[in-house]
Design a protein around this ligand. Structure first.
Ligand SMILES: Cc1ncc(COP(=O)(O)O)c(C=O)c1O
Length: 369
């Protein structure tokens, strides 16, 4: 049996009619840059995230990058970043001219280890970027407390966690920091047909600044107030995302059901650790990541059996060649290093069938037993 890692085709079937109708209308009008359709999606996404404002951008990386700029973070500043995340979190900091300072992760949630944040704070620290990795919300209350105490900004990287909830504050991710950053990369829980991103915020000043920053610094036609960027979310993508947003909660529920099935079938085996939903979190399982002993043997076996698995992520950021200049070495972040050796992501999407999950779990258990 062949089991793909994601299934964008089934998702497309569900939204095809609405998407076609809206695209047809857009194409007839020819409003491809900014405009009413983008405004509408921004309003709806802001509402969904329980915030006042949203700004559509060209990618999740740009959301982090322009978000940092909008908070005045740049040269000589330091920003705290978990060492185990997709590299874009750190790249945005570097491209803003600041220095990412890595912090190890918690072995169970895969998110930043909050107890280790204070040690990483210096006179130059300006912000913390909690990443809601794999769809699991970070424990935000203690992060906000640290940020308040040290006068730091909080930039939520919610690229993998659209719709995830942090129970103690009754909030959706993205709405608790100064800004929340999202990616609409096609395979994300809410994805478009290319690249796209979004910043959400309750701060009107930041919102106004970002609208200018993403649009070549334009304040009115051919009048430019700042040296801005071209980083608008394509209106075409906004139209697609508007249609898909209506399904997000349903799809997240289906992901949660699938994750529950995996866990029911796999838990209890002493050679693996299932992902754990923290008590404060409503996880949306962008990724279902297990830890397995002798991981590489399991990965080769599953691939041979037609099961498409991935490793998120094989190398923590401090060991990436791209970040050699920061001077970290092997052993500096022992939890992330250990997790990187053991972790494996199983197929995860809303349309996985029960029998597919059973097949995958059986194959894993057969090999481990
Ligand atoms: C945690 C995280 N941050 C940032 C990004 C960057 O988003 P994009 O690929 O849309 O630039 C991603 C995307 O994969 C991500 O997973």
């Amino acid at each position: 049996m062949q089991i793909p890692f994601v299934d964008l085709g089934s998702q497309y079937k569900q939204v095809k009619l609405q998407v076609f109708r809206h695209l047809d209308r857009l194409c007839k009008r020819g409003n491809f840059i900014l405009g009413e359709e983008l405004d509408r999606f921004e309003q709806e996404f802001a509402e969904y995230c329980q915030v006042r404002y949203a700004i559509g951008l060209a990618s999740g990386t740009d959301a982090l990058f322009l978000g940092l700029l909008s908070l005045g973070i740049g040269k000589d500043d330091e920003v705290i970043v978990p060492v185990f995340t997709f590299i874009a979190t750190a790249l945005a900091v570097s491209h803003a001219g600041a220095k990412p300072v890595f912090v190890d992760i918690d072995e169970h949630t895969y998110n930043i280890d909050i107890d280790k944040i204070k040690r990483a704070i210096t006179r130059r620290t300006r912000a913390i970027i909690p990443v809601h990795l794999f769809g699991q919300p970070v424990d935000m209350q203690p992060i906000i407390k640290i940020a308040d105490r040290y006068g730091l900004r909080v930039i939520e990287d919610a690229a993998q966690a659209h719709g995830a909830e942090y129970k103690p504050m009754l909030r959706r991710v993205g709405s608790m920091g100064d800004i929340g950053c999202f990616s609409f990369y096609p395979t994300k829980n809410l994805g478009c047909f290319g690249d796209g991103g979004m910043i959400v915020t309750n701060n009107k000043k930041i919102y106004r600044h970002l609208r200018i920053l993403r649009d070549s610094g334009r304040v009115s036609r051919y009048i430019h107030g700042i040296k801005g960027y071209n980083s608008r979310l394509d209106t075409l993508q906004a139209v697609i995302l508007r249609s898909k947003l209506r399904y997000l909660d349903r799809w997240n529920k289906m992901r949660r059901r699938n994750a529950g099935l995996y866990t029911d079938l796999l838990k209890g085996n002493r050679n693996l650790i299932c992902p754990q939903e923290a008590s404060y979190a409503r996880h949306v399982y962008h990724i279902y990541a297990l830890q397995i002993k002798k991981r590489d043997r399991v990965v080769s076996y599953l691939k041979r059996e037609g099961i498409n698995v991935f490793i998120h992520y094989p190398l923590p950021l401090h060991l990436q060649r791209a970040y050699k200049d920061l001077g970290y070495k092997r052993g500096d972040f022992s939890v992330a290093e250990r997790v990187a050796h053991r972790i494996v992501s199983l197929p995860m999407h809303p349309f996985l069938k029960r029998y597919e999950i059973q097949y995958i779990a059986n194959k894993i258990l057969q090999l481990l037993n």
